[in-house]
Each structure stands twice: as structure tokens, then as C-alpha cells.
Design a protein around this ligand. Structure first.
Ligand SMILES: C[S@@+](CC[C@H](N)C(=O)[O-])C[C@H]1O[C@@H](n2cnc3c(N)ncnc32)[C@H](O)[C@@H]1O
Length: 222
């Protein structure tokens, strides 16, 4: 069993606008994601922490036809994803955790965007990564987007993030959000992220993307 960061009510309904504001280049990252995975052997993709369905929405519009399974423990997020994606017959959405999925069904690729930094590093990050690895075929690509860095790196990159935010935000809100990221979220260093991935059964991950505190990683199931 894994811990859960629930996204409910306004946190769920205001989610898309929130990420657009707070994650510079998030749209770029999402749009390129299907290209990044386009050479995957097989087409069964597991989208972990699919939220409002942002990743899935890009994959259903890609040239390759994917069979998509989205899993998320927050009912208010899954509800939005269902409404947005109800017309696609190649999308299955499941409210719950990866550990609720059977292990005899193996996926050809997986994504985990903006989830891991909500889980502590006292076993919960590792458990989630292991739960994902257990459901992938050998060699399956796995893409992560997460707040990454040691304490000093996060501190400096938060100042960069502050400069990159759109104009017109309330300064008090900005300070409180930056403070929450620094003090309350569970970012780990690049080295630690790599060690966690390897312990969970993945190859050493490659950092292929960075936008201030957010890093994109690509690895494969061993
Ligand atoms: C910041 S949102 C990211 C949503 C989506 N991946 C995106 O990029 O738009 C984080 C999501 O992770 C989900 N979540 C929280 N704990 C989780 C867990 N243990 N396993 C999988 N998803 C989890 C939340 O319900 C929420 O929808």
C-alpha cells in the first residue's frame, strides 16, 4: 500500500490552470511525450497518477494507436479525466493505486508525471516505483517528471522559477507556494532518484529535460 496525496475540490477543478502557471514548459513536455515513446515495442501504456488526463489526452491524439490505462487515487481528478476522455474506446481509467492492478498484465511503457515528489522517501517512493516496475515488460521505457535536486539546488532553482512565473500573481501566494515546495514536498537529489529507480528494477535514468526545479527522466525496466 502506498501513501496518497489527494487532489480534491478546487485543487482538482483548478488543476490545469495551476500547472500551466507553475510549471514552465509543462505544455511542451506533454506535447512531446508521445514522440518520446513513439518507438516503444507494443502499445499498452500505463499512465500512473493520470490526474485530469493531461498525458492521456496527448497520447490519444498521437499517430500511434495506444491502449491506455490511467490510474489515480483521487476521485475528483479521475472524474475530470473520464469526462474529457469518454469518447475514446482505447482508454481505461481506474480510481485507485498501481498496487490495485493485477501483476499478470504487463505494460509496454509507463509514465509518472508530477507524483513522486508528494511521497516520502521512507519507503513510499520506492514502493511506488517497484509497483510500476512489476507491471512492465523487460525493456519497457518509463518516463518521470518530478521536482528533483539536493537542498541547495532546489533553493536556487526556486529563485529561477520565481523569475519565470507569469506576471500579475499575488506576491504572498508566490512566497507561500515556493515555501511549500521547499519545506513540505519530498524532492530527492538526482543521485537518490537514480538509486531509487535502480533499486526498483530500472536502468540508471537519463535526465533529458529540465525546467527550473522540474526534471524529466527516461529509463527502462531491466
Ligand atoms: C500534480 S498531479 C499530476 C497529474 C498528471 N500526472 C499531470 O501531469 O497532469 C498528481 C496526481 O498524483 C495522484 N497521486 C497521489 N498519490 C498517488 C499515488 N500514491 N499513486 C499514484 N498517483 C498518486 C494525485 O491524485 C494527483 O492526481
Amino acid at each position: 500500500m502506498n501513501t496518497v496525496e489527494l487532489f480534491e475540490n478546487e485543487r482538482a477543478t483548478g488543476y490545469n490552470q495551476f500547472v500551466e502557471t507553475w510549471i514552465p514548459n509543462y505544455t511542451y513536455f506533454l506535447e512531446r511525450l508521445p514522440k518520446l515513446l513513439s518507438e516503444t515495442k507494443g502499445s499498452d501504456l500505463l499512465v500512473v497518477g493520470c490526474g485530469t488526463g493531461n498525458e492521456i489526452e496527448k497520447f490519444v491524439k498521437a499517430p500511434k494507436r495506444w491502449n491506455l490505462t490511467g490510474v489515480d487515487p483521487s476521485p475528483d481528478m479521475i472524474k475530470q479525466a473520464s469526462e474529457k476522455l469518454q469518447t475514446y474506446d482505447n482508454v481505461t481509467l481506474r480510481e485507485g493505486l498501481v498496487s490495485d492492478l493485477p501483476t499478470d498484465k504487463k505494460y509496454d511503457a509507463a509514465t509518472l508525471l508530477l507524483v513522486l515528489h508528494f511521497l516520502d522517501d521512507n519507503g513510499n517512493k520506492l514502493n511506488l516505483l517497484k509497483d510500476i516496475a512489476d507491471r512492465l515488460v523487460s525493456g519497457a521505457p518509463f518516463v518521470l517528471l518530478d521536482i528533483t535536486g539536493d537542498r541547495n539546488q532546489i533553493k536556487q532553482n526556486l529563485q529561477v522559477l520565481r523569475l519565470l512565473l507569469p506576471d500579475g500573481l499575488e506576491q504572498e501566494q508566490v512566497s507561500s507556494r515556493l515555501n511549500r515546495i521547499e519545506k513540505e514536498l519530498h524532492a530527492v537529489s538526482e543521485e537518490r532518484l537514480s538509486a531509487l529507480c535502480q533499486e526498483a528494477g530500472f536502468e540508471p535514468p537519463l535526465r533529458f529535460f529540465q525546467s527550473s526545479i522540474y526534471m524529466g527522466w527516461l529509463t527502462r525496466k531491466k
